[in-house]
Design a protein around this ligand. Structure first.
Ligand SMILES: Cc1cc2nc3c(=O)[nH]c(=O)nc-3n(C[C@H](O)[C@H](O)[C@H](O)COP(=O)(O)OP(=O)(O)OC[C@H]3O[C@@H](n4cnc5c(N)ncnc54)[C@H](O)[C@@H]3O)c2cc1C
Length: 386
C-alpha cells in the first residue's frame, strides 16, 4: 500500500510546527491538530523567554537542547523578522554570598555561557528599583513573540508542502506492515490516513496519546504498569501570570534565584515586546480533572497578595493595586510535587513497529528548544526511514 504521507505529526504547538518545518524539506508531512487553530495551548501560554541554558542538569536533554535551540532561535528570528529582543536578565539574590550564585557561575563556566556577577551598586545602576545584595547578569537571555514564531514555522512548513489540518483529533494508530494507520476524529466524522512514521507532539496529552497508540491504559493506579511499559505519569502544574498596569520600572528581565526543589524558576518579571511588564508563573499542581477541564486556564484574583509578597522580595516599591490577573499555562511535568525535575523524554517505544517518536514532558525550556528538538527528530527519523 502507498502511504498518504511520509510523516504524521500529532499536535501543532511550537514543537509540532518546528518539527513539521524541519521534516517537510525531505518528507511529505501531515500535521493533525485537535483545536481550531495551531498554537493555542501551552505554546501561547508561557513567559516567551529565550533561555540561556543555565538551570538544567549537566548533559540533560533540557540543557543541550536549550543551548542549541537558543543558538538556532536568535538567527532564525533575525532572518525571518520575528520580533525578539536580547534583553538580558538579572538573577537577583537577597544575600551577597548565596551558594546558588556560585553554583550558577560554575555552570556558566562549564558551558561557556556569559554570566557576570554584579554587586548592589551595579544592580542599582542597571535597575534602580530592584533591591538585591548581589545578582548575576545573563546577557544571552531574551524574549520572543511566540505567536509570530509559530506563524513563521507554520508558513515555512506549508510552503515546503506540509499540510496542517485542524479540528482533527488523533485517537489511535495501528501498525500494519511498514505503515501506520492513524485514526482521526473530526466534526464531520472519523477518517484515517496511512503514513510511514508518527511523531507524537501532543503536549499535555502526549502521555495519554502514547498509551492510546500503544493500547495501554495509563489511568491505572498500578504503578508497575507504568514501569513495565515505560509510560511516565503526568503531573500537570499550572503557572499563573499577573500583568502590571502602568509603565514598567524595569528594562531587563528580573528573576529571583532558583530555590532548590522549586518546580518553577520563581515568580519573575518579564517584559513583552511592547514593553508591558508581567509577573509569573507560580506553580500549582492540578488533578487530571482540572487540568483538562473547562476552567483549566482560570487565574484567580485571590492570588494577587501571594504574587505581591513574592515580587516585593526584589521590588519593595510595588503597588499591589497595579497587578491584574492575566493568563495561565500548564506545564506537562513528569515529576511529582517535591521531587526533582525530570528531563524531557523523547522516546521510540516499541522498535518492532514502524517509526513512532513520543515527545513527553516538554515543559520549559521547550519554546527555546523547539528548533533543536526538530533537528534531533530529523536525525532520528533519517536513521530509520532514510
Ligand atoms: C507557565 C509556562 C511558562 C513557560 N515559559 C517558557 C519560557 O519562557 N521559555 C521556554 O523556552 N519555554 C517555556 N515554557 C515551555 C513551553 O511553553 C513548552 O515547552 C512548549 O510550548 C511546548 O510545546 P508543545 O508543542 O509540546 O505543546 P502545546 O503547545 O501544548 O501543543 C500541543 C498541541 O497538541 C494538540 N493535541 C493534543 N492532543 C491531540 C490529539 N490527540 N490530536 C491532535 N492534536 C492534539 C493540542 O491541542 C496542542 O495544540 C513554559 C511553559 C509554561 C506552562
Amino acid at each position: 500500500m502507498t502511504p498518504d504521507f511520509d510523516v504524521c505529526i500529532v499536535g501543532a504547538g511550537v514543537i509540532g510546527l518546528a518539527i513539521a518545518r524541519q521534516l517537510s524539506r525531505h518528507y511529505s508531512v501531515l500535521i493533525l491538530e485537535q483545536a481550531d487553530m495551531a498554537g493555542s495551548e501551552t505554546s501561547s501560554r508561557n513567559s516567551e523567554v529565550i533561555h540561556a541554558g543555565l538551570y538544567y542538569p549537566p548533559g540533560s536533554l533540557k540543557e543541550t537542547l536549550c543551548i542549541r535551540g537558543r543558538e538556532l532561535t536568535y538567527p532564525f528570528c533575525q532572518q525571518f523578522d520575528i520580533p525578539h529582543q536580547k534583553t538580558g536578565k538579572l538573577i537577583v539574590s537577597p544575600s551577597a554570598a548565596h551558594p546558588e550564585l556560585e553554583r550558577l557561575q560554575q555552570t556558566a563556566k562549564r558551558l561557556n555561557i556569559p554570566l557576570h556577577h554584579l554587586d548592589s551598586q551595579q544592580i542599582k545602576q542597571m535597575e534602580p528599583e530592584v533591591a538585591a545584595a548581589a545578582a548575576l547578569w545573563s546577557p544571552e537571555t531574551g524574549i520572543i513573540d511566540s505567536h509570530q514564531f509559530m506563524q513563521a514555522l507554520q508558513h515555512q512548513a506549508e510552503q515546503a508542502g506540509a499540510l496542517l489540518v485542524c479540528r482533527s483529533q488523533v485517537t489511535g494508530a495501528h501498525s500494519s506492515g511498514p505503515l501506520w494507520k492513524v485514526d482521526v476524529e473530526t466534526p464531520d466524522g472519523p477518517w484515517h490516513i496511512h503514513c510511514r512514521a508518527v511523531i507524537n507532539a501532543a503536549g499535555l496529552q502526549a502521555i495519554s496519546l502514547m498509551a492510546a497508540l500503544e493500547g495501554i491504559n495509563t489511568h491505572t493506579t498500578d504503578t508497575s504498569v507504568h514501569t513495565n511499559t515505560r509510560i511516565p505519569q503526568l503531573f500537570p502544574a499550572r503557572g499563573h501570570y499577573f500583568s502590571y498596569q502602568g509603565k514598567s520600572p524595569f528594562r531587563h528581565l528580573v528573576y529571583p534565584l532558583p530555590e532548590p526543589g522549586l518546580a518553577g524558576l520563581g515568580i519573575h518579571a518579564t517584559l513583552d515586546l511592547a514593553g508591558q511588564l508581567r509577573f509569573g508563573p507560580d506553580v500549582e499542581y492540578l488533578d487530571q480533572h482540572t487540568a483538562f477541564g473547562p476552567s483549566r486556564y482560570a487565574v484567580s484574583a485571590d492570588l494577587r497578595s501571594q504574587f505581591a509578597g513574592a515580587i516585593r522580595r526584589y521590588w519593595p516599591g510595588l503597588d499591589e493595586n497595579n497587578l491584574h490577573a492575566a493568563y495561565a499555562g500548564i506545564r506537562p511535568k513528569l515529576s511529582a510535587p517535591g521531587c526533582p525535575a525530570v528531563d524531557f523524554v523523547i522516546t521510540r517505544s516499541d522498535i518492532s513497529t514502524p517509526p513512532i517518536w513520543h515527545l513527553l514532558g516538554i515543559e520549559s525550556p521547550g519554546l527555546t528548544s523547539a528548533l533543536a528538538i526538530a533537528e534531533l527528530i530529523e536525525k532520528k527519523l533519517a536513521a530509520e526511514i532514510g
